[in-house]
Design a protein around this ligand. Structure first.
Ligand code: FDP
Length: 349
């Protein structure tokens, strides 16, 4: 069968058959999520036509102004997924607390963590936005109430991760730990068709992606990292090109296909509380799983993102993700500074 005729459902069923323990519940979860994303995609595509653009005036848990489409996407996903019969709980970037599937619906063992509409500051200018998701299996016994502890799992525990990209075409890119696959929505038949089988991220890239306006908020090691990508001390002997859309899904998607690195480092906007912006559970962890499954890497500068143990639902983390060579370079520079700082500390004793 030609790639373009394989639907995402066929692809999921094929992988389900490869796994003797598979029950089909995971495939059901995915199918419901896909339906929610198709509805969001339809609304995103006509965003300029109807009264869904603009701010609602509310502020979400991250302190950002919420846009109508964010709310819409959030509501659609929660509505569909609590009825899917396979989830026990969800967490959304838009909700402060975890969302337990109500008693009136059948519950299952899976947990869905998602960012309903990432890159929302780009909605009004028709730039790519997306839905990011991470799927976990609950740790506590099914007879007990699901707890926050069930949500706070390191990236290595994810059983699936991916994103929907609402752009020139709508795409689904996902992994269940057996490689990364990309599907493009054919609007004429309403199906996601396999368009990018077994995506491999190039070992070394030519592009770096970072919001460089934060230069004055960065520490010395971070400035050295970014300077390295602008320099010529690399196997190509040329600077990396800069591309920054400001929508994680879009910047990550380009990085996955073309290679290079996406960075959102820790900064010192508040000198007392240095921090990254991106959320570990609904942004960094799923992107890290996709990157690793495609042969790339993801780090916070010192630790592998996939191994970071979360301690709160909306925890933020610095993120460096992309081609293996480029991400290793970042870790190398941070390590060099940590060793130097360690030596300086020793000298000062
Ligand atoms: P947005 O605020 O538009 O929703 O995490 C949210 C995010 O976008 C990412 O998609 C994007 O990579 C990042 O923030 C952009 O932040 P900066 O404007 O600080 O560069």
């Amino acid at each position: 069968m030609a790639y373009s005729q394989v639907t995402v459902t066929e692809h999921l069923l094929y992988h389900q058959q490869q796994s003797p323990q598979a029950t089909g519940r995971f495939t059901n979860l995915f199918n419901d999520l896909i339906l929610a994303a198709k509805i969001i995609s339809r609304e995103v595509n006509k965003a300029g036509l109807v009264d869904v653009l603009g701010f609602t005036g509310d502020v979400n848990v991250q302190g950002e102004r919420v846009k109508k489409l964010d709310e819409y996407a959030n509501d659609i996903i929660i509505h569909r997924m609590e009825r899917a019969g396979v989830l026990c709980a969800m967490a959304s970037e838009e909700n402060a607390e975890m969302i337990v599937v109500p008693d009136k619906f059948k519950r299952g063992e899976y947990i869905l963590i998602f960012d309903p509409l990432d890159g929302s500051s780009n909605i009004d200018v028709n730039v790519n936005i997306g839905t990011i998701f991470s799927i976990l299996r609950r740790k506590s016994p099914a007879m007990q109430d699901v707890t926050l502890g069930d949500m706070l799992q390191a990236g290595v525990e994810q059983v699936g991760a991916g994103y929907f990209l609402y752009g020139t075409s709508t795409m689904l890119v996902y992994t269940t730990g057996q490689g990364v696959y990309g599907f493009t929505l054919d609007p004429s038949v309403g199906e996601f068709l396999l368009s990018h089988p077994d995506i491999r991220i190039p070992e070394q890239g030519k592009i770096y992606s970072v919001n460089e306006s934060y230069w004055n908020y960065w520490d010395e090691p971070t400035r050295e990292v970014v300077s390295w990508f602008k320099g010529v001390d690399n196997p190509r002997g040329k600077p990396h090109s800069l591309r920054y859309i400001g929508s994680l899904v879009a910047d990550f998607h380009r990085t996955l296909l073309y290679g290079g690195i996406f960075m959102y480092p820790m900064d010192y906007r508040d000198p007392k509380r240095p921090r990254g912006k991106l959320r570990l559970l609904c942004e960094a962890s799923p992107m890290a799983m996709l990157a690793e499954q495609a042969g790339g890497l993801a780090t916070d500068g010192t630790k592998r993102i996939m191994e970071i143990e979360p301690h709160e639902l909306h925890q933020r983390v610095p993120l460096f993700v992309g081609s293996e060579y480029d991400v290793r370079k970042v870790s190398e520079i941070y390590r060099k500074h940590a060793q130097k700082d360690g030596a300086d500390d020793l000298r000062s004793i």
